[in-house]
Design a protein around this ligand. Sequence first.
Ligand code: ADP
Ligand code: ZN
Ligand code: ZN
Length: 739
Amino acid sequence: MIYADIIIDISSDKLDRSFQYRIPERLEKEIKAGMVVAIPFGNSSQLRKGYVTGLSDKPKIAPEKIKEISKICSGEETTESRLIALAAWMRENYGSTMIQALRTVLPVQEKIRAKEKKYICLAISEDAGCQMLKELEQTRFKARTRLLRELLEKKRLDFTRASKELGATSAVVKKMKEQGIIRIEYDEIMRNPLNIDDITEEAPMLLTDEQEAAVRQIQKEWEKPSPRPVLIEGVTGSGKTQVYMKLIEKTISQGKEAIVLIPEIALTYQTVRRFYARFGDKVSVINSRQSQGERYDQLRRAKRGEIQIMIGPRSALFTPFANLGLIIIDEEHEPSYKSESSPRYHTRETAIQRAAFEHANVVMGSATPSVEAYSKAMKEEYGLVRLNVRYGSRPMPQVSIVDLREELKAGNRSVLSRELREKMKSRFEKKEQVMLFLNRRGYAGFVSCRSCGHVMKCPHCDVSLSEHNNERLLCHYCGYETGKPETCPVCGSPYIGGFKAGTQQIEKIVRETFPGIRTLRMDFDTTRTKGSYEKILAAFAAHEAEVLIGTQMIVKGHDFPDVTLMGVVAADLSLNAEDYRCAERTFQLLCQAAGRGGRGEKPGEAVIQTYHPDHYSIQAAAVQDYQAFYEEEMSYRMLLDYPPAAHMLAVLGSGPEDEKLTQAMHYLKLYIERIYKENDLHVIGPAYAAVGKVKDIYRQVIYLKHKDYKTLVHIKDQMEKYIEINSGFRKIYIQFDFS
Ligand code: ADP
Ligand code: ZN
Ligand code: ZN
């Protein structure tokens, strides 16, 4: 590479302003993204500093006009330069533009800068101040004298006013600051986003033997010359948070900082509160409910070293700590750890990469680890720590599986099975509460038989077909298409169709079945306004309803001591989603759902309704047997070459003209087949994406499967170049998505 892109100002609205410089031969091998270099700039004779953001072979302007990099400013690595290096890694590994990657990792500054009020305060005692004033009055330092006199009177002065009215220039202020007479304070605009006044600090809890052993095992890993990331597989309620806190404590006692990643939906007041109670104002939090300015302030506090622990969703991974020691990823399996916009990075891998750049450690935890993470632990790429005991030996909830096919046979067409109805009734009599969970996720348009449970699947991909326009069934991996059958191809039953029940319908049925019983509903519709989520939870906690009906949202968050029954209305909703991860997702959701009940003194119970009572993900979830699930799931992935058995790259194309898109995707496929001729690459599609058209923009996908990640990255690189120069792609937006 002979040219480097360099940005001089890394404030976010200038990120796309990069300049090209020639790399002198002597530096060619050394220059890398993220480095700080000295460059000539404009007509000034002085060198300026800039960050290298990328390398290339092609000049963007006439080569003779391109200036040369003067030198590498070694030893001037900053937090930003490390984040820029991380952005370059993300661009390379996930596919995106460098600007997109930079915008992901660098804090987004508000257009109007957060008002930053500066104050001057007295840093010495009043007596010492009076003494000094007497001395100063004898000197010629008039401005200093005025400033000190005013300070002794008012204690705290507005910086701008002080410089205007008292002539306290920045030189004066600087001098007095160096002498330790004054101190600069900033306005409380950057106060903690959580009102911590109502949180009393709590002493650390005594760890159980098992938790203690987990901490020791992790520390042992950290003592190794190159520590591996550690995965904690801990059943719900085993006290993973206690272990995290102990590790954080050890990290910050060494003067380092920690990032705690928690999925947005689990990032509730209750969770964050626990960290505040333990670590006080060392903690800050960012979340999507904050304004951009608020978030920016929190990141700035981190950069300045005012806090040591940052809690937040995946974007908190890029907190600009200068001395990062630990990254924790709680609920590691959650899909929200995967970014849905370019670069479509995975938080786990990116965290591991950041940690490697900055010599930090990574610890992730889950009761139901992702198949990807667990398989890495099995290969000993990650350390594995187990927590098998629930704190206080609370029993695991009793789970029963109801076969919905039997309900139909017995003439019950309601979505509530006889068993679930009976159990609900008995709870109401005991004044206990019930949650009904509808694990509807994304787009579940599958067609199944209500008599025998048969689901229409793609013969090539073994994923559910989804129904389109009420007549055709489509596979979203390979594009396979077939007509919708009138009767079940297996048992001949006419009861074949889509499963349409939503939360609203279930609410209606519950009210009809149990007159007088009050219900609350929590789904996308009822939680759209600010604060509504918390309101519903609070109302349920205050027993304003006996039943809470909801989607994924109800599985996380609050503990309700009086909820003793959790009903999963139709496990098939997630089980028949049209992607290869649906069994994993079902297992995770069911385990979580079952773990919800019985958090208090009373034991919990769960009822799972399904047309597939024998499916391994349901069987394993009922007894919370992760190992059994993992083994079955891995053999399925191996058989069909799905990740982690192989790697998969989705090439997503979108554009306003269906025909142009179809053509472009077709050419892209031909191009792939032309540049890569080995038969170890599977090219599937193009096919319309699960949601084939959004707001008049058509979407298609090509899937590539290969055992080796690097090969896919290489093919992606070539596709990027092909797309850039090919006019057929001008109105088409291509995104890459690795899994
Ligand atoms: P997990 O994150 O593994 O689901 P938590 O950390 O939330 O588990 O712990 C579950 C419950 O048990 C919490 O209410 C927690 O306060 C309690 N707990 C766990 N470990 C301890 C301990 N060592 N001492 C006291 N309480 C504990
Ligand atoms: Zn059937
Ligand atoms: Zn298919």
